[in-house]
Design a binder for this molecule. Structure first.
Ligand code: XUL
Ligand code: CO
Length: 437
């Protein structure tokens, strides 16, 4: 019995289409800069939101109508849900999905039972992957929901929490390898603290690094060659998360010998919570050689928490795609919709509307981004702004031909700095808008 009997495969119908269950801009086969849209985006569905989101919030219980869900969270129900997930992803036409261990299979009474539950569902996920050709973008482990992680996992004051988390990640690395997953994501969950008085920060950060090294070592041991990612998030659930933003994460990776093994998974809403724009986070990670993957969503700028909404703003998707293209496009990574439908959007069809809207917004953003690149005006203007570095003293400094004494001599002879170029921010904004409308 299909879970979405009235919904056929979502097709591209073009910009004039009024069909709410069709793409207007996302045509997976269309070539843009010599690459199909499908390969540019590598869209992924997040199992935890799309299949497990209930719509619960701090003020009330879940609202989602999901006729395929049974009352109890059994392995049988998890298997039925996995089949529904693949019906959904296949009809949507997304090539990838992502999940945490506890999203796909219920936690058992013991670690051993949890592992067996996971194995039973993974068998079905593998079957469904083979049937549909849908692939696993990355796997991860839920190291934050169970009360055993109240103080965090790798950064907990309780060494047993670290050990339990290690066992969970060990299992998920095996599962991710079994499913041909192209990556593995560390998201801090509760890796941070609430109160400085009860916290040994140096020790906690060293434990986090040790944990990642153990994961890298185990991946090597079992032959898992996927890319590791670290996902920054500045707050929620703890007040001070150690993985605050790209800069903090990259510093941590470099300081602890992890730079060759781990790249960044940048999420829009997490960037906003850090007081950054996502393009800042992407440019920072990309310019440092750490850009790996993207959790595509958006936050509500008036609410100020992690609302995980579907992205529909073409300025946002244009900026993201400009950065992805600037750094050479995805290799192992992709655009994972770490986004959920609103509590009020409780019907199954809303899952389609939300993903279709996000995919179309990215398709339009990609087209605008490639037009900006092809036009070349923006690049030329940026280059012009830095032209003092292309000749004379600028070029000499860049090629290490100066020291403080020679620069002092140069300035004593020259006298003072003459302001050269206006920043022309308004003109830059207008140039971008030429391509948007
Ligand atoms: C939480 C979040 C996670 C990670 C994966 O805010 O973004 O779902 O993406 O653990
Ligand atoms: Co995320």
């Amino acid at each position: 019995m299909p879970a979405f009997p009235d919904i056929a495969k979502i097709r591209y119908e073009g910009p004039e289409s009024k069909n709410p269950l069709a793409f207007r801009h996302y045509d997976e086969n269309e070539l843009v800069e010599d690459k199909s849209m499908k390969d540019h985006f590598r869209f992924s569905v997040a199992y935890w939101h799309t299949m497990r989101g209930t719509g619960a919030d701090p003020f009330g219980p879940g609202t989602m109508l999901r006729p395929w869900e049974a009352e109890t969270d059994s392995v049988e129900n998890a298997i039925c849900r996995a089949r529904v997930a693949f019906e959904f992803i296949e009809k949507l036409g997304a090539p990838f999905y992502c999940f945490h261990d506890r999203d796909v299979a219920p936690e058992g009474a013991t670690l051993d039972e949890s592992n067996k539950n996971l194995d039973a569902v993974v068998k079905v996920l593998k079957e469904e992957q083979q049937r549909t050709g849908i692939k696993l973008l990355w796997g991860t482990a839920n190291l934050f929901s169970n009360p055993r992680y109240t103080h965090g996992a790798a950064t907990s004051c309780n060494a047993d929490s670290f050990a339990y988390a290690a066992a969970q990640v060990k299992k998920m690395l095996e599962v991710t390898k079994e499913l041909g997953g192209q990556g593995y994501t560390f998201w801090g969950g509760r890796e941070g603290y609430q109160c400085i008085w009860n916290t040994d920060m140096r020790r906690e950060i060293e434990h986090l690094a040790a944990f990642m090294h153990l994961a890298v070592d185990y991946a090597k041991k079992i032959g898992f060659t996927g890319q590791f990612y670290f996902e920054p998030k500045p707050m929620e659930p703890t007040k001070h998360q150690y993985d605050f933003d790209s800069a903090a994460c990259i510093n941590f990776l470099r300081a602890h010998g992890l730079a060759d093994h781990v790249k960044m998974n940048i999420e829009t809403n997490h960037a906003t919570l850090a007081g950054h724009a996502v393009e800042h986070e992407l440019d920072y990670a990309g310019s440092q050689g750490f850009l790996g993957s993207v959790d595509a969503n958006t936050g509500d700028l008036l609410l100020g928490w992690d609302t995980d909404q579907f992205p529909t703003d073409v300025y946002l998707t244009t900026k993201i795609m400009l950065m992805i293209l600037k750094y050479g496009g995805f290799t192992t990574g992709g655009l994972n919709f770490d986004a959920k439908v609103r509590r009020e959007s409780f019907e199954p069809v809303d899952l389609f509307h939300s993903h279709i809207g996000g995919m179309d917004a990215f398709a339009k953003g990609l087209k605008i981004a490639t037009a900006i690149r092809a036009g070349g005006v923006l690049d030329e203007m940026v280059k012009g702004r830095y032209s003092s570095w292309d000749v004379g003293v600028g070029a000499e400094i860049e090629s290490n031909r100066h020291d403080f004494e020679s620069l002092e001599k140069y300035m004593l002879a020259k006298g003072d700095v003459t302001p050269n170029h206006s920043g022309r921010q308004e003109l830059f904004e207008n140039v971008v808008n030429r391509y948007v409308f």
